[in-house]
Design a protein around this ligand. Structure first.
Ligand SMILES: [Zn+2]
Length: 92
C-alpha cells in the first residue's frame, strides 16, 4: 500500500502537464525527460522528511514532460544514431 501511494504520487507530478512533443496529457503515460528514473527512485524510496526527497523538485524543474511513445522514439533514435527531431527536448 505504501508503495502504491507513492506510485500515485509520481503520476500526480504530471497533473496539468502534457507531452511537449505530441500533446499527450494522460498522466500515467508521461515521463520526466531525462531524469525520470531518478525522480521515480526518490519518490518511491524516500519519505518527505529525508534530504533525498528535496532533490525531486530541482530534477523535475530540469526535466521536460514527454509521453511513453515519444520517449520510445527518442531512445530508438539514440540507439540507431538517427537525426534528432527538432521538437524533442535537447540531448543531455
Ligand atoms: Zn508524446
Amino acid at each position: 500500500m505504501y508503495n502504491h501511494n507513492r506510485q500515485i504520487k509520481l503520476i500526480n507530478t504530471f497533473k496539468e502537464k502534457a507531452c511537449k512533443v505530441c500533446g499527450e496529457s494522460q498522466p500515467h503515460r508521461l515521463f520526466w525527460w531525462p531524469h525520470h528514473k531518478m525522480i521515480r527512485h526518490y519518490i518511491l524510496r524516500y519519505g518527505k522528511k529525508t534530504s533525498e526527497y528535496g532533490k525531486i523538485k530541482p530534477l523535475i524543474k530540469e526535466s521536460t514532460t514527454i509521453c511513453k511513445n515519444c520517449e520510445s522514439d527518442i531512445n530508438y533514435a539514440i540507439l540507431i544514431n538517427d537525426d534528432w527531431d527538432p521538437r524533442w527536448p535537447k540531448k543531455f
